[in-house]
Ligand binder design. Structure first.
Ligand SMILES: CC(C)(COP(=O)(O)OP(=O)(O)OC[C@H]1O[C@@H](n2cnc3c(N)ncnc32)[C@H](O)[C@@H]1OP(=O)(O)O)[C@@H](O)C(=O)NCCC(=O)NCCS
Length: 170
């Protein structure tokens, strides 16, 4: 359990929440939050989430508000080639720009690292400037533009980051 405070917010707007694993027990709440996060028809099916959260190679995180409501989620999976893949991330609209996405991504990267992952990849729509800036801020770089990557016909960027091993502190 970890209290979260955005370093960019002054003390009077300190946010207290909990970063914790996201599991199958959270499926319904996750699905409902995803519908609010991805309003452009890109929300995942409930079964897709079920599969992702059942995957033994998955590393998933959520953030809950002080009241216990799920307000953010992120899911990563270690692919067969050993690359960590961030498959989805979303933050409830009213909790954005507080560093929550960044915290979840760094935590997933740490989860990847303890399992020996050294490279992480993700895809982002070319017009999703906010998400792209988030990824760039924590070290991802665009390596490829993928034409018509999305079912809507939109292009995507492939972004990649090299991660270091875990610092165990000894
Ligand atoms: C993208 C998303 C996950 C970001 O979540 P967030 O918690 O608001 O992001 P953070 O607060 O951790 O942002 C960290 C940094 O990323 C960048 N960033 C994040 N959102 C941004 C935006 N809308 N515009 C510009 N920069 C943005 C900023 O550099 C920000 O730092 P700053 O607030 O100090 O300027 C959230 O906006 C969201 O859920 N969007 C809808 C779903 C989505 O697009 N998911 C990604 C699919 S690839």
């Amino acid at each position: 359990m970890k209290a979260i405070r955005s370093i960019n917010n002054p003390p009077q707007t300190t946010f207290k929440g909990t970063l914790c694993p996201l599991t199958l027990m959270d499926l319904n709440e996750l699905w409902l939050l995803d519908l609010r996060v991805f309003t452009d028809g890109e929300a995942y099916e409930r079964d897709t989430f079920r599969q992702l959260l059942s995957n033994q190679q998955g590393v998933a995180r959520q953030i809950r508000s002080a009241e216990g409501k799920m307000i953010a989620f992120a899911i990563g999976v270690i692919e067969e080639d050993g690359v960590g893949h961030i498959t989805t991330i979303g933050v409830s609209p009213e909790y954005r720009r507080r560093g929550l996405a960044k915290i979840m991504l760094l935590s997933i990267e740490q989860g990847f690292a303890v399992r020996g992952v050294t490279t992480v990849r993700l895809e982002v729509r070319t017009d999703n400037t906010g998400a792209r800036q988030l990824y760039e801020q924590i070290g991802y770089t665009i390596t490829q533009r993928m034409r018509r990557y999305y079912s809507t016909g939109d292009d995507g960027y492939l972004m990649v980051k090299a991660i270091n091993g875990v610092n165990w502190g000894f």
